[in-house]
Design a protein around this ligand. Structure first.
Ligand code: HEM
Length: 165
């Protein structure tokens, strides 16, 4: 029974990682690249709606990553300063958590930029320069998060290779 819990927890952790990285990849390399076939107001509306919906999914997945990650850390007895500070595995996990914290901060900034654009759009057609600046900011932060989460996967694989102490 315990094995089933461990496997289910690791599966949920991996699925949450796959969905958030896959979604971000599709948004950044497919959806936004094809918006040009629409008129600027339609493209602005679509990217806003799609961005907002993906944002909600990403927050749910981040919550699952934290819950299943902490459960895994408890299961592997990793909440010890000796393990985290004095083992290669622990050091890698600390770097992983630091990068994850940056992803969360960026996600808050993306949500704030999205809300600002939405408010601008509610008061009539938003000034083109502010719309462009807001969309560019969201793009940069979102691409940064995609890159950071890809690095986190590499760190997770390194953790598996080193093996929990
Ligand atoms: C973007 C965020 C994250 C991604 C993409 C991610 C990805 C992964 C992947 C792919 C694995 C499986 C590696 C394997 O079994 O080969 C893994 C394992 C693990 N993750 Fe995460 N993770 C993330 C966030 C977190 C967080 C926030 C925590 C802690 C709170 C965490 C703790 C762990 C632990 C303890 C393992 C188990 C490693 C082992 O089996 O030795 N992860 N993660």
């Amino acid at each position: 029974m315990f094995d089933l819990i461990v496997i289910s927890n690791a599966w949920v952790h991996l699925m949450a990682a796959v969905l958030v990285i896959g979604g971000s990849f599709s948004l950044n390399f497919i959806v936004t690249k094809k918006l040009g076939i629409l008129s600027p107001p339609e493209a602005g509306k679509l990217s806003q709606v799609v961005g907002k919906t993906f944002g909600q999914l990403a927050w749910i997945m981040s919550g699952l990553l934290i819950l299943t990650g902490v459960a895994r850390m408890i299961g592997l007895k990793l909440f010890s300063s000796q393990v985290l500070l004095e083992t290669t595995y622990g050091n890698i996990l600390l770097v992983k958590l630091a990068l994850f914290a940056v992803i969360i901060i960026n996600s808050v900034l993306i949500a704030k930029a999205g809300m600002k654009l939405e408010k601008l759009g509610a008061e009539g057609p938003p000034p083109a320069d502010q719309l462009k600046a807001g969309q560019a900011r969201i793009k940069t932060l979102s691409m940064t998060n995609l890159m950071l989460s890809s690095i986190i996967v590499a760190l997770a694989v390194a953790m598996r290779v080193f093996g929990a102490p």
